[in-house]
Write a protein that binds this ligand. Structure first.
Ligand SMILES: O=C(O)CCC(=O)C(=O)O
Length: 268
């Protein structure tokens, strides 16, 4: 039996032409409360390889106290469940025109005062082929210009993957920077709690610093590949089907047009 459609023609067109789409209120209040609880608990611990706060350096940089959590689905069942959140997968199925495979989860606390992430393109890191990755960026707190909302550069989703320049380390906690084309500007994606922003792996995006005094800007961020993809960078294996079954795509070898040194030093 075919599944009921969740996106309108206009929404599909927006994703095609602009490269991103915000779906309002895709996570319910109780679900958001559960996600908050999971990551509050994680923030009180250390999980080697996935969440490694450096408490002695927290006074200099709020991200040392609250670094991003990498791949929480690999050690937390609830994170796995939310990476495979049915309403998100239903949207992805329509954006891809086929089912999605879940490749990565992350959680950003982005406390007040913390640096942002310089503009970049996700498929530079994920190397999904053939096809592309799509991110589902869920606002756990309302996000706006003051607390460092995600920035998107509309219509860059058709651009080729470019080789990064060096980011301004005063403003970005990551080291890569992709300069937007001259005729394009980054705009903030202003979002409410529980809204989800979908964007494809070529779209140039990033975020500014959290300039607020006391507002975290937490986000649960997952990356997906189309089910027909054959290869992905090794950092993202294994992947998961909608029903949670494990899938091993081939490992996309390091390198590509920008050389191999980028890949191993700076996983996304
Ligand atoms: O949430 C942010 O500040 C940046 C996240 C991002 O760029 C990404 O997940 O690719």
């Amino acid at each position: 039996m075919s599944k009921a459609k969740v996106l309108t023609t206009e929404q599909l067109e927006q994703f095609e032409t602009e490269g991103y789409l915000i779906i309002r209120g895709l996570f319910r209040k109780e679900e958001l409360a559960e996600i908050e609880e999971v990551f509050e608990e994680i923030s009180q611990t250390a999980v080697p390889g996935y969440f490694e706060p450096e408490l002695d350096r927290a006074a200099d940089d709020p991200l040392k106290r609250y670094p991003r959590v990498m791949h929480p689905h690999r050690f937390n069942d609830k994170a796995m469940r939310y990476m495979l959140h049915q309403p998100v997968l239903a949207v992805l199925r329509e954006l891809y025109g086929e089912p999605a495979l879940a490749a990565q989860s992350m959680f950003y606390y982005k406390p007040p005062g913390s640096r942002g992430q310089a503009l970049h393109q996700d498929n530079f890191y994920l190397k999904v082929e053939p096809g592309n990755c799509i991110a589902a960026w869920t606002a756990i707190d309302a996000a706006d210009e003051e607390n460092g909302a995600l920035l998107v550069v509309p219509k860059t989703s058709q651009h080729e993957i470019s080789c990064p320049e060096t980011a301004d380390e005063q403003e970005s906690f990551t080291t890569h920077y992709i300069k937007p084309p001259k005729d394009k500007t980054a705009i903030p994606a202003v979002m409410g709690k529980g809204d989800v922003l979908f964007f494809n792996g070529n779209l140039i995006h990033g975020s500014y610093r959290n300039r607020s005094k006391n507002r975290f800007r937490r986000a649960f961020i997952c990356h997906y590949a189309n089910e027909s993809a054959v290869r992905i960078a090794s950092h993202y294996r294994p992947l998961f089907k909608e029903d949670g079954t494990i899938v091993y795509l081939e490992s996309n070898p390091d390198g590509g047009p920008c050389g191999s040194e980028f890949e191993t030093l700076y996983p996304h």
